[in-house]
Design a protein around this ligand. Structure first.
Ligand code: NAD
Length: 496
């Protein structure tokens, strides 16, 4: 068991006053691992007040000085990588082989990127010479107190992807972790404090959707950056719009992966597996609709089934484990119901896995939320399993005849988060990518999302981007100033 999780604001741990306590569970065992104290509205008001008090000084701190502090936090994150990864494994169920190489690492990378960006002129504006004696200059200014609301699939990474550009740009943040995976909150707040981030600049508030809802409509908040489901994002954006708050929405997907006929079979299978089974399929950008040329279908299916045997559900801390349980009982039931629907109602052909209990659950972990990695084939575009986000390890093969047909079908979705193409002819790959309606795209690879790459969804998958240079602009507002240097003020009111 971990210590009870309280709130963190004004530079220290603070006791929640709502009296509401919930537990967080290790999904590998289904056993509770910590009690979490939810914030009351009074607690949230106090946290926001502490952030408002910190804002004038933090926003006026030179970017180079803010950068130095944030880079110290990067070092602390890297020094404690394995310790934090272990907590993330207990909280999310993801194998340690993943959390120790991806979750903390990609979060620290983004913090380093934004710290370096603001230290090297990333917040500079533009100057324009309008006339010989008149200039326009622009400035990028911090927004104020911002809210970050996270999903449960990459807890500390999401907290860092939001807080890094937010703090680097001079804002303060109230961060609400998902109630399903809250353990990283205190850890990150304490690391920021140890690095020298002043009290009130980064704060943690725990609670469910009601706490999130109170935060998004609070008049003291300038921006809401949200990661989660489309349906929740719609509520959050609507609530923020009432106060004309800036928003960034990182939402769900149902992304297409197109395998072109000239793709090497091994690459096609490896790409499709990475796009579906990493993190037990709980990745927003997963390529769950796999378009396979009819000519390649049987060879692809044969090799895929062989390689499915390389998926190993071992004890989560075992370095050889590469497939954990699903994150919670609620999510487990949701994913199983989609698998069942695929078999019984959609009538897709079940090629591998299914909704029965997996045989290979590690000893002592039988009560956890383990599922079988599952492949459906002969899928069609109108099935529920090919239209709705499952957010689990369910790969759907959609056979196609011509490339234009595959592109058209790939775009037939309300969502537009990610898309990808595999093929030998790079010109053809670029042409296909240019026609796909998605904000994040890959050629001959899947899933890598480095700090340098701006990522954000099209259509209902989101608003705005995170990371890359454009990611910083999401945390500032611009001021334009016209300066007249000509002496006399131009006026039409000088004489009768
Ligand atoms: P969710 O929408 O259920 O919850 C996300 C967060 O919103 C939680 O912290 C929750 O407490 C909070 N919340 C719930 N109701 C709220 C309300 N009315 N107002 C404010 N906050 C509220 O999502 P989830 O199940 O935690 O996460 C899975 C989803 O996240 C998937 O759809 C996945 O695709 C998406 N996701 C997207 C990205 C991306 O970058 N696009 C990344 C990771 C996950």
């Amino acid at each position: 068991m971990y210590a009870a999780q309280q709130l963190y604001y004004n530079g220290r741990v603070q006791e929640a006053t709502s009296g509401k306590i919930f537990t967080t569970v290790d999904p590998a065992t289904a056993k509770p691992i910590a009690e979490v104290h939810a914030a009351s509205e009074r607690d949230i008001d106090s946290a926001i007040a502490s952030a408002q008090a910190a804002f004038p000084s933090w926003s006026q701190t030179p970017p180079l000085v803010r950068s130095r502090i944030l880079l110290k936090a990067v070092s602390l994150l890297r020094e404690r990588n394995d310790e934090i990864a272990k907590v993330e494994t207990h909280d999310t169920g993801k194998p340690f082989s993943e959390t120790s190489t991806v979750d903390v690492v990609t979060g620290a990378d983004v913090l380093e990127y934004f710290a370096n960006l603001v230290a090297s002129g990333g917040l500079n504006g533009e100057t324009t010479q309008l006339r010989p004696d008149a200039w326009i200059y622009t400035k990028k200014e911090a927004l104020g107190v911002c809210v970050g609301i996270g999903a449960w699939n990459y807890p500390i990474q999401i907290a860092l992807w939001k807080s890094a550009p937010c703090l680097a740009a001079g804002n303060c943040m109230i961060y609400k972790p998902s109630e399903v995976t809250p353990l990283h909150g205190q850890i990150l707040a304490k690391i920021y404090a140890e690095a020298g981030v002043p009290p009130g600049v980064f704060n943690i508030i725990h609670g469910d959707g009601a706490v999130g809802g109170y935060l998004t409509k609070h008049p003291g908040i300038s921006k809401v950056s949200f990661t989660g489901q489309v349906s929740t994002g719609q509520k959050v954006a609507a609530s923020a719009a009432g106060g004309m708050k800036y928003v960034t929405m990182e939402l769900g997907g149902k992304s297409p992966l197109i395998i072109l006929p000239d793709t090497e079979l091994e690459n096609a299978v490896d790409g499709a597996m990475m796009a579906n089974f990493f993190s037990t399929g709980q990745v927003c950008t997963n390529g769950t609709r796999v378009f396979v040329p009819r000519s390649m279908k049987s060879a692809f299916e044969k090799r895929l089934v062989e390689k499915m045997e390389y998926i190993r559900s071992l004890e989560p801390m075992d370095p050889n484990s590469n497939f954990g349980p699903l994150v919670s009982e609620t999510h487990y039931k949701k994913v199983l119901s989609y698998m069942q629907h695929g078999v019984e109602v959609d009538k897709a052909s079940l090629l591998y896995g299914g909704y029965s209990k997996p045989k290979a659950i590690p000893r002592g972990y039988e009560q956890g939320f383990w599922v079988q990695p599952t492949v459906f084939t002969n899928c069609t575009d109108s099935m529920k399993i090919t239209t709705e986000e499952i957010f689990g390890p369910v790969l759907c093969i959609l056979p196609y005849k011509t490339i234009p047909e595959a592109i058209e079908r790939a775009n037939k979705s309300k969502l537009g988060l990610a898309a990808g193409v595999f093929g030998k002819d790079l010109n053809q790959c670029h042409e296909v990518i240019s026609k796909l309606q998605a904000g994040i795209t890959w050629v001959n690879t899947w899933g890598e999302s480095p700090a340098e790459m701006s990522v954000g969804g099209w259509k209902q998958s989101g608003v705005g981007v995170e990371n890359g240079r454009r990611g910083l602009n999401a945390w500032v507002r611009e001021k334009s100033t016209l300066v007249e240097g000509g002496g006399a003020v131009g006026t039409v009111f000088a004489k009768l």
